[in-house]
Every structure is written in structure tokens, then in C-alpha cells.
Design a protein around this ligand. Structure first.
Ligand code: SF4
Length: 264
């Protein structure tokens, strides 16, 4: 049985994925071009049912464009926290239209929990971790229960702890044995910029207004030229990410160029 057949057999018969499957996939696709890898994984259903997780932030267009070239029907999960800039929501709609994405899923927080734990809508101001838990972590965890794998837009250059992340890994946020695929993990800022220019992808409108990293409105501030782009996120808090990746998987971004979002 060759590697491809072995992995397919594993998906058909086993409990989703194990560490050995991620190792096999990394070995199988070592040196393979990103688009070619995505084509094989998605068309051959090597990762089972797959969804893309996107923040529709500063550089999200690259991953979404790549996926749309392979299969525009792949579900795209967007955490509709209720706290986004109107520009982000408009950008989401613009990209969906432009890329022909057929299955955008807006994930809203549980209404009952929201009423119970954030009735004022101001939890972000005194407990941002708790707010992210209600508005991001839980809705995503619930949505991912229906999938065997998720595709992220993480890049190695974004954070020291992302530097050694592989293309394929096991999602350790729960015990579902879900695969996490990081197609852009080895992409440099220059390569991303070149791809954006080559395909004439629209920028997030707030980048030009001084927001190099864009998240929810209350937790995103403008950043002065030359300042660390991530300094505009959760300003004044000892918090650098929203918690949708397992603790220890993320770290502070280093030398992040303007326009590249350290979160997602
Ligand atoms: S980023 Fe801010 S507003 Fe958005 S969910 Fe997290 S704490 Fe709440």
C-alpha cells in the first residue's frame, strides 16, 4: 500500500488523524508547491472534510485565493464576533464575491451565553480572554466538530513559536484528532506581497489607514509607522492571540511587516 492509499485508508477507518498521519503527510508533500499540495489534498480528499478558517484580515486574501483556485466550495469559517469593524465585514463580502467562494459560514457566539456572560457587550474591556472564549474559541470549536481538518493562514515568520510549525499537524485544542493544515507556513512576506500583486488581490481597507493588524474593533488600535504591528492588538493587555490555537502553539510576532496579521 503506498502512502496516499495508507492515508486514505486511515481516514476511512480510523478516528480521524494521529501524529503518524501528520508525519506521513509532511513527508509526502515535502518540496511540493503550495497550490499543488492543496490540489492533491482537497481533490483526493486526503484530509477528509476540510474547512478554511479566515479572519478576513490584512493578508487573508492569499490563502482564500489559493483555495478558491482549487475548490471554491470549500467551507470558509469566519468568526462573526459582533465586534468587527464594518470595513472588515465589507472586505469579507468583497472577497467572497471576487473569489467566488460558495460556502461562507459566519460563526456567531451562543446567544444565551452572551446574555449570561457579556450582557453589556463590554467584557472585552475587563476580561478580553473571557470575551475571546465566548466570541471566538467556543464558536470555532463547535463548528470544527463537523470537520476532519482545518486550513489556517499561519506563517512561520509571524511568531517565534510558529517558526518550526509543519505544514500538517494535529490540532491539539481538543481530542478529536483533527488535522491542521498550514499551507503558507513557509511563505515569506515578499512572496505574499508578490502573490497579492500578481493576482491583483484587494487589500483590507484599514491597512492604508494605519492598521497593519486587524481584529475586533475594540481590541485593535492604529500603529505608528515603524512601530511593532502587533502593538495595536489588545493594547495595554498582556495578550497576543485570541486562543483559537492551543496554548504554547503561539508566541509574539517578530519583525512582522506592515499588512501582516499575527492572529490566525
Ligand atoms: S478580540 Fe476583543 S472584542 Fe474580539 S472577541 Fe476577543 S476580546 Fe472580544
Amino acid at each position: 500500500m503506498n502512502e496516499l492509499a495508507r492515508i486514505r485508508d486511515r481516514i476511512d477507518t480510523g478516528p480521524r488523524f494521529a501524529e503518524a498521519d501528520a508525519v506521513r503527510l509532511n513527508r509526502l508533500f515535502r518540496g511540493t508547491d503550495t497550490l499543488e499540495m492543496l490540489e492533491t489534498v482537497l481533490k483526493e480528499r486526503m484530509a477528509g472534510d476540510v474547512a478554511v478558517v479566515s479572519s478576513f484580515g490584512a493578508e487573508s486574501a492569499v490563502l482564500l485565493h489559493l483555495v478558491s483556485r482549487v475548490d471554491p466550495t470549500v467551507p470558509v469559517l469566519f468568526l462573526e464576533t459582533g465586534k468587527h469593524f464594518s470595513e472588515t465585514l465589507a472586505y469579507r463580502d468583497q472577497l467572497v464575491e471576487r473569489l467566488g467562494l460558495k460556502d461562507l459560514r459566519n460563526l456567531a457566539p451562543n446567544a444565551e451565553e452572551l446574555t449570561k456572560k457579556d450582557e453589556s457587550g463590554l467584557r472585552w474591556s475587563y476580561d478580553p480572554d473571557g470575551c475571546c472564549e465566548i466570541r471566538k474559541v467556543k464558536p470555532l470549536a463547535k463548528a470544527l466538530l463537523g470537520f476532519d481538518a482545518s486550513i489556517t493562514g499561519r506563517k512561520a515568520f509571524q511568531a517565534s513559536t510558529r517558526a518550526t510549525l509543519p505544514r500538517f499537524e494535529i490540532d491539539t485544542t481538543d481530542e478529536q484528532g483533527r488535522l491542521k493544515i498550514n499551507p503558507l507556513i513557509d511563505w515569506s512576506p515578499e512572496r505574499l506581497a508578490a502573490y497579492i500583486a500578481e493576482h491583483d488581490l484587494p487589500p483590507h481597507p484599514l491597512v492604508a489607514e494605519g492598521y497593519p493588524s486587524i481584529g475586533c474593533m475594540p481590541c485593535t488600535s492604529k500603529v505608528a509607522p515603524g512601530e511593532d504591528p502587533r502593538s495595536g492588538r489588545w493594547k495595554g493587555w498582556d495578550k497576543t492571540e485570541c486562543g483559537i490555537h492551543a496554548p504554547g502553539q503561539e508566541g509574539p510576532a517578530s519583525e512582522l511587516p506592515p499588512g501582516f496579521d499575527p492572529v490566525f
